[in-house]
Each structure stands twice: as C-alpha cells, then as structure tokens.
Ligand binder design. Structure first.
Ligand code: HEC
Length: 243
C-alpha cells in the first residue's frame, strides 16, 4: 500500500471509531432520558387513576351513609372496597394497570400489603402530609412501577370501620377474622396501590433507539467514506497539478 493511502486509511479508521463512540454515548444518554420520561409519564397516570378511585370510594361511602343502607346485596356492591375491587378488575383487563386497596389491618386477607406496600404504609404513618409513595420494583421477575396514595378514615367510613359491635352485622358475619375495626376519625386506614408492568414499554423505547443508532451509524460511515474518497481524489489532483 502506498504511504499516502496507508496514512489516509488510519485517519479514516480513527474517524470511524470516534464517530461510533460519540453515536453510542448519545444513544445511551437518550435511552436513559427517554426511560426516565416514560416513568414520569406512567407515574402521572397512576396519580390520576388513584385519585379517581379515591374520590369514587369517598362518594360511595357518603352515599351509603346518606341512604342508611344496612343489609343486602345492594349495600355490599356499593361498599367502597367492593366497588374498588370490581372497578379494579375491569380496569386491569382493559389496561394492564393493577389497582389494589391495601391495609396492614386488613379485613380481607387478599388486601394484605406486600413488602413494597408495607414500606409505603410505614412512610405514610410517619408523615401525614405525604401524599404519595412511588418506585421501581420486581414482581415475579417482571419490572414494575409502583405508586401508592394514602386513605384516611372519614366520618362516612366509621359506619363499617369503628368498634366491632357497632359495624353492620353482615360484615361481622362475613369477616370473622376482621382486623379493620376500632378506627377513629383521621386515622391512616390504608392505601390505594397501583402496579404497572414496564418491561414491554421500556423494550419498545430500547428497540426504537437501537434502530435509530444503526441507521445513524450506517449513515455516518457512508458520509465519512464519501468525504475521504473525495479528499483523496482532490489531493491526488493537486499533486498531479504540482508536477
Ligand atoms: C358499608 C361498609 C363500609 C364502608 C362505609 C367503608 N368500608 Fe372499607 N371495607 C368494608 C368491607 C366489607 C371491606 C372488605 C372488602 C373486601 O372483602 O375486599 C373493606 C375494606 C377496606 C379496605 C381494604 C383493606 C381491608 O381491610 O381489606 C380499605 C383500605 C378500606 N375499606 C377503607 C375504607 C375507607 C377509607 C372508607 C371511607 C371512605 C371505608 N373503607 C368505608 C366496608 C366498608
């Protein structure tokens, strides 16, 4: 290989390597940024969903108190936790977002908090002004985002969550192991817990970025090759002209 060509080839290789490093670092920063944005977006959605369920529950509790509903299937279906469970199931089937209503003093053992939820409840117990607790977690090997907002006892809740002897009889019968009694106004009762799988969404972001990186890399290699060839031709021409 003539000396000039060898030198040019080295320069070409250096440019390609530097270009690749720059493209890869831009892509990885982009991935991190887009993942963080995706998470924030999902957390915002969780906040809205949890608020919606919270207000639905409050409205139902107030309606039950107003109507003075006691026994019967109608009252059961209108109970905030029951309605929340049923709405949650429909919501999960439609969106994949899981909605739970949990408490360390649970009435229904299905509502027993897991580790992440226990941590959130402990934080809500410590700080009454804390309105949310969120983070990334793994459930059955799947990466999930988790969002919790606290539920406090209001006047309307006391009908079914105050002293055991005073709550409706059918609740006493249905839940012999009931722990959700003896609350007073303002107590932390539990939390609404939202769980969202993010593996798929993050994989989509990754796939999109890999695609973009490949296209940018190929484009850059073509561009550098073209410039190198063009420069080679002009240098040779100048050399020839000099002679
Ligand atoms: C008409 C009765 C009734 C009223 C009013 C009521 N609850 Fe409940 N609550 C229940 C029953 C019954 C369950 C158990 C539901 C189940 O089986 O999942 C429950 C469960 C819950 C749970 C889920 C954890 C657990 O203990 O299993 C939370 C949290 C909760 N209630 C909070 C509240 C709050 C806050 C209010 C007031 C806004 C309220 N409840 C009003 C009857 C009631």
């Amino acid at each position: 290989m003539p000396l000039q060509l060898k030198k040019n080839f080295k320069l070409f290789a250096v440019i390609v390597i530097v270009g690749a490093v720059v493209i890869l670092s831009i892509s990885s920063t982009n991935y991190q940024k887009q993942s963080a944005m995706l998470r924030e977006e999902i957390f915002d959605k969780c906040e809205m969903i949890a608020l919606e369920l919270k207000f639905t529950r409050e409205y139902l509790a107030e309606t039950i108190a107003l109507a003075n509903l006691e026994h019967g299937e109608e009252a059961r279906r209108l109970m905030p936790a029951m309605a929340g469970n049923e709405i949650g199931k429909k919501f999960y089937n439609a969106t994949g977002y899981q909605l739970r209503q949990i408490s360390s003093k649970y009435r229904n053992p299905d509502n027993k908090p897991d580790k992440f939820e226990e941590k959130a409840l402990a934080e809500f117990e410590k700080d009454k002004n804390l309105s949310e607790y969120k983070g990334v977690d793994k459930i059955n090997g799947q990466k999930v985002l988790r969002y919790l907002t606290p539920l406090y006892i209001e006047e309307a809740c006391l009908k079914c969550h105050s002293a055991k002897e005073t709550i409706p009889e059918f609740i006493q019968e249905d839940y012999p192991e009931d722990r959700a009694t003896d609350y007073t106004f303002g107590d932390l009762r539990g939390a609404i817990s939202v769980i969202v799988p993010v593996d798929r969404a993050e994989a989509e972001v990754k796939g999109h970025l890999i695609h973009m990186t490949i296209i940018t890399t190929i484009g850059t290699i073509f561009l550098v090759t073209f410039i190198a060839l063009a420069m080679n031709v002009s240098i040779r021409k100048i050399d020839r002209d000099k002679k």
